[in-house]
Design a protein. Structure first.
Length: 391
């Protein structure tokens, strides 16, 4: 089968320069870019494979005036900056040793040997960037057409090489699959405890990507049924709230968000969310969102958005079934009153000013953010009360 190079490949001058530098037949587009192009999905990153060893790649690129950065040279990867376009060029490899987290590799000039070390058949596709010819060593095209996510060779061996492939199996099933390969599913179920050996950052990265995939709800339900989360995230035990959230997102026209969806899988307890966020080593901002999302939403969406900010308010409203669409594009207003103005009206700077300003703001919010004239009236009332209290 051949694949005509799509316009996005032809229109990349940096890619053409890079392929010319490596030589005819010595560069193939590999993996996700080929898979996604066959599926009609826009491709962001294009990775290339080559039989040249890494030092030769550097020499060839530099001779062609292409910047070569040895970002992962021990594993054969060179980052090429060609006509302001960035590509990763990786030498064909075979695994020498693996421990489930990392691999020691040796370089090879055998394309099939390189394909054999990859995870799934749909990721082991290579395309000639000039002729469009596809090289498929393990039936990846047929699996892609059938939406069949299948390990290359023995699933247990693939998982033993890299335990993260358990989560990748489910992520690819949620994104591309209609059929869960029975042997692969059984192996992932049997080896779920292997996830405990992985860094929590790697687990978080895969999980968050899975949660926004098209078939996330079905696949998460399958993972819960199979006990896949138990070794690392036992808090995830029910998919019903995630299903409700997905419906609310769709109804409001708001894109799925991985942190919000993770919150939907957790008990409505900020302490649990804090524990999970720390365990997954999420960023401080992500942890704040996760904890906030477990709290109830106020009845007034605009008041909630004003106090929390739009992002946190949308999370809570969607998770509670509130009207998130009402605040999606709402411009957060600013209270037209300041502490300095209260001092000018006779209040003494300090706690009295702060207390009065809070009272004015609370009334302003409660009245749905009226204009400056109404704020001035509220202010006069609150200042009068504050002055009376000090007499």
């Amino acid at each position: 089968m051949t694949l005509l190079p799509p316009a996005e490949w032809r229109d990349r001058p940096g890619l053409a320069r890079l392929v010319a530098a490596l030589g005819v037949g010595n560069a193939r587009i590999v993996g996700g870019a080929v898979r996604d192009t066959l599926l009609g999905i826009e491709t962001a990153d294009i990775d290339l494979a080559t039989p040249h060893d890494p030092r030769t790649v550097i020499d060839l690129l530099e001779a062609a005036g292409i910047k070569a950065v040895p970002t992962g040279i021990d594993h054969g990867t060179i980052t090429a900056v060609s006509s302001d376009e960035v590509y990763e060029v990786t030498t064909l490899r075979r695994d020498v040793t693996t421990d489930g987290r990392r691999a020691t590799v040796a370089f090879t000039d055998d394309w099939r040997e390189d394909a054999a070390r990859r995870d799934f058949t749909i990721n082991a596709l290579y395309a000639d960037p000039e002729t469009g010819e596809i090289h498929d060593y393990f039936g990846g095209i047929d699996d892609l057409e059938a939406r069949h996510v299948r390990f290359i060779g023995d699933p247990y061996r693939r998982i033993a090489e890299d335990h993260l492939r358990i989560l990748r199996f489910f992520r690819f099933l949620a994104r591309f699959g209609d059929i869960a390969d029975p042997e692969g599913l059984h192996a992932c179920t049997e080896r779920a405890n292997d996830l405990m050996a992985l860094s929590r950052e790697r687990i978080a990265n895969e999980l968050l990507r899975l949660l926004v995939a098209p078939r996330a709800i079905e696949v998460v339900a399958l993972m819960i049924e199979r006990g896949v989360f138990v070794p690392v995230l036992p808090e995830i035990a029910d998919v019903s709230h995630l299903a409700d959230l997905a419906k609310h997102e769709a109804d409001a026209g708001i894109a799925p968000d991985p942190i919000r969806r993770l919150a939907a899988l957790l008990p409505t307890d900020p302490a649990v969310a804090a524990s999970v966020g720390a365990r997954l080593k999420l960023s401080n901002k992500q942890r704040q969102r996760l904890e906030s999302a477990t709290l109830p939403a106020d009845a007034d969406p605009h008041a909630l958005a004003y106090r929390l900010g739009t992002e946190l308010a949308v999370d809570r409203l969607l998770l509670s079934g509130g009207d998130a669409a009402a605040i999606r594009d709402w411009p957060r207003p600013r209270l037209p009153m300041s502490g300095g103005q209260l001092v000018a009206k006779g209040l003494k700077a300090g706690p009295d000013v702060a207390k009065t300003l809070r009272a004015i703001e609370d009334r302003w919010i409660g009245e749905q953010f009226p204009d400056a004239a109404r704020v001035a009236a509220i202010t006069d009332e609150e200042v009068a009360q504050a002055l009376d209290a000090t007499r």
